[in-house]
Design a protein around this ligand. Structure first.
Ligand code: WTA
Length: 655
């Protein structure tokens, strides 16, 4: 039997501008890569002082882009558009979950960021100070980020679904001086308190914090610490209406964003100003074929993740785009909420994650079919490999069988999109991120780092980035060695992304998922070690091993194997053993976040280990995915897997 022919989708002819631009970029970048990035930085950003050198790579792997240049990120995102006469253009159509809406023009945004910047300065925030932002998807989250950028205080946004404990460790690691939060948040049709998590985090540590700015959203009761806590609206009202922004060095830190690595401690990924902004603006314009005068763009991410940073805040605003921002969950109050919003605002570009697409698939195509989605002309995907079936469903049921779907590969560390089709020129293949963007250099290499041929035969290996790029991370906050070890030691001189990849005979790249101990659950990176340490912090657990098992909706689901302490579950205080899986799932939610909750917790007597004591997750994954268990020859005790599988069959530990 021969393999079915690859299904392809040629670019629509109406994307001619994009096609022309992409052609020019490809040519320019091939002839002079750094010259190309220099041009883009000048074309897309307004510099108070021009840069002298595009890239200084002399201290590799610590890059300096656009050396000598000075600019202000907030001025680039807001002020200059107002100055150019675009003050009345809508920056955000914000939609609250309960149905309230806010229309924020560039002029209004300008006023808010100036006041918020003044408010931060009044609380003593200086350039270089860190500010933690722990907010739901309210428009103040965007204003807060921009205000930090305006005063040169790197923001550290912590996803509002994280627990008090996860928040505390992140605030402490960054040494934040101020925390910006809200009284509560609307999600799944109800108001949930948020500030208590900040209060708990600060009660448990984080002595660097001097003030907490509190946005009023749900109007619930809040505990108040006099002298420390300040209402956001009071602080803004007290601040001057205008704020003179100063320019900062191109390498001034713009933000820290924590992401999971292969150890229990999250990494504070550091991004700086000039390079990050260049790549954010450039990719947002080219990959989404953005026409800021006419498009209505919607990225369904949360500002707590890098997609929210680059493609809700910085990219769209730098390009003077009009965006939709939605506060809540897609099925509140009904499963057609997103499509209702698309119809109402005439959304033309939609960017979301495969897990969301698969959730919509589960709800059925009759849901989007009830709405007029004809305004959509381009769809994007990010966060994990998109399976061809979901890709086709997305294009057919959301994109009316007309729209290109761009599958964009990138990471918190890369700052912006790296590998993606260009909608005006690329013939699309469902499930492939296809080619590195002009000016970006990626390869697929084998174990020894040898480049696998881009022509002829298909090859499978590791994805590496072979040249520095403007939006690249500048390090891990406070941990230079970990930066070198994690990204630059596996293949010296090249950046190791941690992803497996296949290159097909046409040279197109297909991402295969993580090759390290990082799971990808609904597009969220969660480390196995982080969940394991949360589990063993429970009094009933002696040992834990966690794997990501294939999951139809979320990409991967977390499956935990735990060994109980002697006495646990036998009236030893840990409760009934039958309730334990549920209690442990809850424990992980409290320690980390509900997003890290295991799908199932399986109680076992033993874990498969090598002679050196390393847990063989590969074998546990076989069990979790209900497959025949693979090669067990390196196990210290080859009978363990038989016992685990037999035990599970006898008492399936699913809850
Ligand atoms: C995965 C999200 C396949 C990948 C922007 C990467 C993808 C990790 C894709 C980064 C894609 C992201 N196809 N895999 N289009 N996009 N990934 O830091 O494993 O939250 O290393 O950044 O998500 O996740 P992060």
């Amino acid at each position: 039997m021969t393999a079915p022919a690859q299904e392809t989708f040629p670019p629509p002819p109406e994307l001619a501008r994009s096609a022309a631009e992409a052609g020019e970029h490809a040519e320019r970048a091939a002839a002079d890569r750094l010259g190309f990035w220099g041009d883009r930085a000048r074309e897309l950003l307004t510099w108070e002082t021009g840069f002298e050198e595009v890239l200084d790579w002399s201290a590799a792997p610590f890059a300096r882009w656009y050396t000598g240049g000075r600019l202000n990120a907030c001025v680039n995102a807001v002020d200059r558009h107002v100055a150019a006469g675009l003050g009345d253009r809508v920056a955000f159509h914000w939609v609250g979950e309960p149905g309230d809406t806010r229309t924020i023009t560039y002029s209004q945004l300008h006023e808010q960021v100036q006041r918020a910047a003044g408010a931060l300065e009044a609380l003593g925030v200086q350039p270089g100070d860190r500010v933690a932002i722990y907010l739901p998807m309210v428009s103040e989250a965007i204003v807060a980020m921009l205000a930090c950028a305006r005063v040169g205080a790197p923001h550290s946004v912590v996803f509002s679904g994280f627990s008090a404990e996860a928040l505390r460790t992140r605030i402490e690691d960054a040494g934040a001086r101020v925390v910006i939060t809200a009284d509560g948040a609307f999600r799944r049709g109800a108001a949930a308190p948020l500030k208590p998590a900040v209060d708990a985090a600060l009660a448990a540590g984080a002595p660097s914090v001097e003030h907490v700015l509190v946005v009023r959203r749900t109007e619930g009761e809040v505990a108040w610490t006099e002298g420390r806590d300040v209402w956001w609206h009071d602080a803004l009202e007290a601040a001057p209406a205008t704020h003179e922004a100063q320019a900062f060095d191109a390498e001034h830190p713009l933000f820290i964003l924590y992401t999971s690595g292969t150890t229990g401690k999250p990494k504070g990924i550091l991004h700086t100003t000039g390079g990050y902004l260049t790549q954010a603006a450039h990719t947002h314009r080219t990959v989404f074929d953005l026409h800021p005068e006419t498009d209505v763009y919607w990225c369904g991410a949360d500002v707590g993740w890098v997609t929210g940073h680059t493609y809700i805040v910085y990219g769209p605003l730098l390009n003077a785009a009009t965006s939709v921002v939605y506060e809540g969950t897609p099925n509140t109050p009904h499963e057609g909420r997103w499509w209702e919003i698309v119809q109402q605002y005439g959304v033309s570009i939609l960017y979301t994650a495969p897990t969301t697409v698969r959730t919509f698939m589960k709800w059925g195509e009759q849901v989007p079919a009830r709405y007029d989605l004809s305004s959509l002309r381009l769809l994007g995907s990010v966060g994990e490999p998109i399976n061809p079936e979901a890709w086709r469903w997305y294009r057919r049921n959301i994109g009316g069988d007309r729209t290109p779907v761009v599958d964009t590969w990138w990471q918190t560390e890369t700052g912006g999109i790296m590998i993606s089709p260009l909608p005006g020129v690329t013939t699309l293949k469902p499930g492939s991120a296809q080619t590195p963007l002009p000016g970006i250099s990626a390869e697929v290499v084998d174990d020894e780092g040898a480049v696998l041929a881009a022509d002829g035969a298909e090859t499978t290996g590791y994805l590496v980035l072979t040249e520095p790029w403007p939006g690249m991370l500048r390090g891990i906050w406070g941990d230079e060695q970990r930066y070198r070890d994690t990204y630059w030691s596996r293949f010296p001189g090249r950046y190791f992304a941690g992803d497996g990849a296949r290159r097909d005979a046409d040279g197109d790249i297909w991402l295969l998922g993580r090759v390290d101990d990082v799971m990808n659950v609904s597009g969220h990176r969660i480390s196995t070690t982080e969940v394991e340490s949360a589990l063993v912090s429970h009094p009933a657990v002696a040992e834990a091993a966690v794997v990501g098992a294939a999951d139809e909706t979320t990409g991967q689901g977390i499956v935990a194997f735990v060994i109980l302490r002697g006495g646990a579950g036998e009236g030893g205080g840990a409760g009934d053993v039958a309730d334990l899986p549920q209690a442990l799932r809850q424990h992980v939610a409290t320690q980390i976040s509900p997003i890290a909750k295991p799908r199932s917790v399986l109680v076992v007597d033993e874990l498969p280990k090598t002679r050196s004591g390393k847990i063989m997750r590969r074998l546990l994954r076989d069990v979790a995915e209900d497959r025949a268990v693979g090669d067990v020859t390196t196990l210290a005790d080859a009978t363990v897997m038989g016992r685990i599988s037999a035990g599970l069959r006898a008492a399936p530990g699913e809850d």
